[in-house]
Design a protein around this ligand. Structure first.
Ligand SMILES: [Zn+2]
Length: 244
C-alpha cells in the first residue's frame, strides 16, 4: 500500500500535473508486482505518455531504465514488449536469489534495529490483512515488496538495485510459468521475520533458502519441459525431427 496515494496528492491529482520519471518507474513496477501487465504484450510510448499525462521524452527515460534491466524490450516503431522470462532465465534468477537473499537476512538478523523489526512486522501485518480481505493484487504486490524491504533494511544500495530487477522479473516469470499465481507461500515471510527478531542469522538464512526453493518449485523449474527454439523448429520444418 502506498501512503502517498492516500493523500490529497493521489493518482488523479498527479495525472493533472504529470508524473515524474521516478513515479512512472515506480508505478510500472507496482503494476508488475500486482500482475496487471501481461508478459509478452506490447505497449507504446504514446499510450504511456497519454496515461501518465507526460511527454514521450519522460516516458522514454523511465522505459529506458526498465529496458536496461530487462523488464521491457524496446521494439522499433512498436514501443516496448513486456518481458516474458523463459524457464531457463527464471532458473538463473532463482539461482542468483539463492546466492544473495539467505546471506542478506543472515546479516540483517545480526544488525537489525528495533525500528527495522517494526517495519518488517508492520509489513507482515499488511500482507496478512490483504490475505484476509481476499485482495489478491495487493497481496501479490506486498509479498514481492517484502523482499525489497529486506534489501532496503540491509542499507546496501546495490542489493536494492539487484533485488528490484530480480524480483520484478521473477513476478513476470511466475505469470508465465507458475500454475498458481498467489505470490509467496503463506507464513514463510513471518517465519523469516521471527528468526530475524531473535537474532538467529543461521535460522533466518535457512528459512529464506527454503522459501526461495518453494518459489522455484512453484515455477516447476525442475520439470523437464523443453523450451521451443527456432533452431529445433527449423530442423523440424526441414524434416530432420520427423519420425516418418
Ligand atoms: Zn517471498
Amino acid at each position: 500500500m502506498n501512503s502517498k496515494e492516500n493523500s490529497a496528492d493521489g493518482p488523479s491529482q498527479k495525472r493533472r500535473h504529470g508524473y515524474t520519471e521516478q513515479e512512472i518507474t515506480r508505478r510500472l513496477i507496482e503494476a508488475i508486482f500486482e500482475q496487471r501487465l501481461p508478459p509478452g504484450e506490447r505497449i507504446t510510448e504514446a499510450k504511456l505518455a497519454e496515461i501518465f499525462g507526460v511527454s514521450r521524452t519522460v516516458v522514454r527515460a523511465s522505459m529506458g531504465k526498465l529496458s536496461e534491466i530487462g523488464v521491457f524490450k524496446k521494439t522499433p516503431n512498436l514501443g516496448y514488449t513486456i518481458a516474458a522470462p523463459s524457464r531457463a532465465e527464471a532458473r538463473m534468477m532463482l539461482d542468483v536469489r539463492k546466492m544473495i537473499e539467505p546471506g542478506m537476512v543472515h546479516s540483517i538478523a545480526l544488525t537489525r534495529s528495533a525500528e527495522d523489526l517494526e517495519r518488517l512486522n508492520h509489513h507482515i501485518a499488511t500482507e496478512e490483512a490483504a490475505r484476509n480481505a481476499g485482495d489478491r493484487s495487493t497481496l501479490v504486490r506486498l509479498t514481492g515488496e517484502f523482499h525489497l524491504k529486506l534489501a532496503e533494511i540491509s542499507g546496501n544500495v546495490y542489493l536494492v538495485h539487484i533485488l528490484t530487477q530480480l524480483q520484478v522479473l521473477t513476478c513476470l516469470a511466475i505469470l508465465v510459468h507458475a500454475e498458481s499465481e498467489t505470490g509467496c507461500p503463506r507464513d514463510e515471510h513471518s517465519s523469516i521475520v521471527r528468526a530475524i527478531a531473535v537474532g538467529d542469522g543461521e535460522k533466518a538464512a535457512a528459512k529464506m533458502a527454503h522459501h526461495l526453493s518453494h518459489i522455484a518449485d512453484e515455477l516447476q523449474l525442475d520439470r523437464p519441459r523443453p523450451e521451443p527454439s527456432l533452431e529445433s523448429a527449423l530442423q523440424w520444418l526441414g524434416g530432420l525431427g520427423r519420425a516418418s
